[in-house]
Write a protein that binds this ligand. Structure first.
Ligand code: NI
Length: 174
């Protein structure tokens, strides 16, 4: 029997605002179990990135797949950190599986270098720009309890949260 699918937490769930703890060696079995289920939930949504806190797991772990040319290219990042960021910034529209149907322009460094461990425990470094850079920063933010709306003005943030709450109420009312 396959395990129950993971459900993705919707803002303002307090678990989305909690800083996740580093993955340790003894978490290996839990991580091995979690990663394929996170990919399944992400592809099902569908989305291009998902962080463990979004499925209620407070570990520094995220999965990304930008699916270039519709080819699955899964990437697992364990304990990722931004080790360098460009001085120039770009603004790009972002969304989030924890804020369904909500989009806003977010300004972030245009390029980042990210260090992380892969599933085999090997240390890796990647340089990213464009959508990939934004996605990496967005997912790493989740590990610190930061949502993309936290990078907007309070006015804009509250507007989105109110709209989301209203849509969720309407959805629940069916
Ligand atoms: Ni997100």
């Amino acid at each position: 029997m396959s395990p129950a699918p993971l459900s993705i937490l919707i803002a303002p769930d307090p678990r989305l605002k909690t800083r996740a703890r580093p993955v340790r060696e003894e978490d290996g079995a839990a991580v091995a179990d979690l990663v394929p289920r996170m990919f399944a939930a992400m592809y099902e949504a569908p989305g291009i990135g998902l962080a463990a806190p979004q499925v209620g797991v407070g570990l520094r772990l995220c999965v990304i797949d930008l699916q270039p040319e519709n080819v699955k290219t899964p990437l697992v990042l364990i304990n990722p950190s931004i080790v360098a960021a460009s001085e120039d910034f770009v603004t790009r529209e972002e969304g989030c599986l924890s804020l369904p149907n909500q989009y806003a322009d977010v300004t972030r460094p245009a390029r980042v270098r990210v260090r992380f461990h892969d599933l085999a425990g090997k240390s890796q470094e990647i340089d990213a720009d464009g959508l990939f850079a934004a996605c990496l920063q967005h997912e790493i933010d989740h590990l610190d309890g930061i949502l993309f709306i936290d990078r907007l003005s309070p006015l804009k943030r509250n507007m989105i949260l109110r709209r989301l709450a209203k849509e969720q109420r309407q959805k629940a009312a069916g």
